[in-house]
Design a protein. Structure first.
Length: 67
């Protein structure tokens, strides 16, 4: 599985910090599920999370500030 470039991912999400948070949250969701049964041995959850972000399977929205 080829990882998408960080520049491409940053354009999708808008910020490298938001990308880190989004990838970490998705990776945690994957590890809490039956990740090992669905993916080949040696595949890391962060790699899968970044791939899903690049494919548009994971969405991110900035929170709205209340005035």
């Amino acid at each position: 599985m080829k990882q998408p470039s960080l520049d491409q991912l940053e354009k999708i999400v808008g910020s490298k910090y938001a990308l880190a948070v989004l990838a970490a949250r998705r990776a945690r969701m994957l590890t809490e599920s039956d990740f090992a049964d669905q993916h080949p041995k040696g595949t890391k959850p962060v790699t899968v999370a970044l791939q899903e972000i690049a494919e548009g399977k994971v969405k991110y929205e900035w929170g709205k500030k209340k005035a």
